[in-house]
Design a protein around this ligand. Structure first.
Ligand SMILES: O=P(O)(O)OC[C@H]1O[C@H](O)[C@H](O)[C@@H](O)[C@@H]1O
Ligand SMILES: [Fe+2]
Length: 189
């Protein structure tokens, strides 16, 4: 039997950086078609800001193993919609996931394939359980970076397809200075 080596790392709780992790950067240009307000999107694209960064420690895609990653989701809006991560189902759809809030404020939009949506607010210390089969997207509703940790099965994979196409059934927007979860005009059954 070949055993893998255990690993301990300290997440920088101010910046979200995991030493030795693989870094992924998503700019606004990587999120084409994701926001409802296309004019506002094109306008902000001139600056093409970083929307989020992911620091991931991933294993081979094998049953039973675990990956973990921090995400640093920057504050901002496209029109009335707060910055968010792309959001995905798992390629192995029955794989669950755990999120843990580290810094800043935001929340998670979750959705079943039929379009039943849930919104869970997150701050430092919030644990969110993502059940099997639910798509999940995080949203920064604050004015500082929203940082969280996620732990997920190594063989879960990311299925972006249907979210990239029609998004979530709900949008998280600012309305008169308040955070509101409203129906998405893009969503069709
Ligand atoms: O993949 P996205 O939907 O863009 O979300 C960004 C990332 O968020 C978390 O860190 C998850 O653990 C990652 O698996 C995911 O890649
Ligand atoms: Fe996931």
């Amino acid at each position: 039997m070949e055993y893998k080596n255990p690993l301990g790392v300290d997440i920088d709780l101010e910046t979200g950086v995991i030493p030795g992790a693989k870094k992924l950067v998503r700019r606004l240009s990587d999120l084409k078609g994701y926001f409802v307000d296309e004019k506002a999107y094109e306008e902000l694209l001139k600056e093409n800001p970083v929307v989020y960064e992911v620091y991931a420690i991933e294993q081979e895609e094998k049953d039973g193993d675990l990956n973990f990653a921090t995400t640093v989701l920057y504050p901002g809006k496209v029109g009335r919609e707060f910055f968010f991560t792309k959001g995905h189902y798992h390629s192995k759809a029955d794989r669950a996931e755990i999120y843990y809030g580290i810094k800043g404020r935001g929340g998670m939009l979750l959705q079943t394939p039929e379009g039943k949506a849930e919104w869970i607010e997150m701050g430092p210390g919030t644990v969110v359980y993502v059940p099997p089969y639910w798509a999940h997207r995080t949203v920064n509703t604050g004015d500082e970076p929203f940082i969280f940790l996620a732990i997920y099965p190594a063989d879960a994979g990311h299925d972006y397809g249907s979210i990239a196409e029609k998004g979530f059934s709900k949008l998280v927007v600012e309305e008169n200075g308040e955070v509101r979860v409203v129906d998405s005009p893009k969503w069709k059954e």
